[in-house]
Design a protein around this ligand. Structure first.
Ligand code: PHE
Length: 338
């Protein structure tokens, strides 16, 4: 009888596969109505001798069953835990790693670097100048006399109580550089400029210019045209549409403006180009004799040209951006595109 119970138990254990089946097996043999429980209960009806003998065997079997189930359940428990941990914390060591988020250069900086490279290849040096300027370099030395109506061309941020201002253009570096260096020379001056004016799609109170200055003997308008048209074709590609028109700056004679076909509308006319289909990108001209005079250059010997391209506009035309304010809004949806 006990042998049969033991055999059944061992068969059942053999087939058990998880904690749930073990629990059922325990109930089947040692539960309230379990097979072995019944036998153990019936011991009291036996004679003392029989009870002693059979009782010993039955109790041994109970111990054995408990031990086997305990050992087995420990095994199943570890296994099930292992599986769930594996499912939760599973790491694919062969998966390619995630790159940490990386910053990058601002679109204006990228365009500036590209422009610098082109001018460097034409023999221009890169010079930097102060953003806070004196009235002298920003205006007087550039032939913009005090109280002259031409001063109104630049809406100036004046610093309180002192004779200083935020430079309204990069041109003051023309005067500063000429004062300290002898011609011939070829420089570009990239930098931030400031104007106290209302903002709109093509005007910001902060913007960037790249000033250019080339002085030598026999430098003429042909050189001006050659350098700037050459630059535009290298920067935008040979198909770029260009147009020249006369303009006025106190520090040039004559003054010119180089325009390009608006890339935002393809020349059809839009709000970015004021419906004209053209965008003024490089104001320029031949250096005015009065500027040479302020610098102490011998007028008869030297000629030159200067330009002051609007870096923001150049970048807008390159990337078909219709609003200059996007450059200064720090909007990642915009910046991440570059
Ligand atoms: N400084 C002028 C401006 O900001 C641009 C310019 C530079 C024009 C050099 C001619 C020569 O308006």
């Amino acid at each position: 009888m006990l042998d049969r119970v033991k055999q059944n138990f061992l068969n059942d254990i053999e087939k058990s596969k998880d904690l749930k089946t073990l629990e059922n097996i325990y109930k089947k043999y040692l539960g309230r109505k379990g097979e072995l429980t019944k036998i153990l209960r019936s011991l009291k009806d036996l004679s003392e001798k029989e009870r002693k003998e059979k009782g010993k065997l039955a109790n041994n079997l109970r111990q054995e069953i408990e031990e086997v189930i305990k050992a087995k359940s420990k095994k199943f428990f570890i296994k099930s835990r292992h599986v769930s941990v594996m499912q939760k914390n599973w790491i694919d060591v062969t998966a390619p790693g995630k790159l940490p988020a990386q910053g990058h250069l601002h679109p204006i900086t990228l365009v500036q670097q590209e422009i610098e490279e082109i001018f460097q290849s034409m023999g221009f040096s890169i010079i930097n100048g102060p953003e806070v300027e004196t009235e002298h370099y920003n205006f007087d030395a550039l032939n913009v006399p005090k109280n002259h109506p031409a001063r109104d061309l630049w809406d100036t941020f004046w610093l309180k109580d002192i004779d200083l201002l935020l430079r309204t253009h990069t041109s003051p570096m023309q005067a500063r550089y000429m004062e300290k260096n002898n011609p011939p020379l070829r420089i570009i001056v990239p930098g931030r400029c400031f104007r106290h004016e209302a903002t709109d799609a093509s005007h910001e109170t902060t913007f960037h210019q790249i000033e250019g200055l080339m002085i030598g003997q026999n430098i003429s308008m042909a050189n001006l045209k050659g350098v700037l048209e050459g630059f535009m074709k290298r920067f935008y590609g040979p198909q770029v549409k260009l147009r020249w028109q006369p303009s006025y700056f106190p520090f040039t004679e004559p003054g010119l403006e180089l325009l390009m076909g608006c890339s935002v509308c393809g020349g059809k006319g839009c709000s970015t180009c004021g419906q004209s289909g053209w965008m003024e990108v490089i104001p320029c001209g031949m250096v005015h004799p009065n500027v040479f005079k302020s610098a102490g250059y011998v007028l008869e010997r030297w000629q030159g040209f200067a330009f002051g391209m609007g870096l923001d506009r150049i970048a807008m035309m390159k990337h078909k951006i219709d609003d200059i304010r996007l450059f200064y809004s720090n909007d990642l949806r915009f910046l991440n595109q570059f």
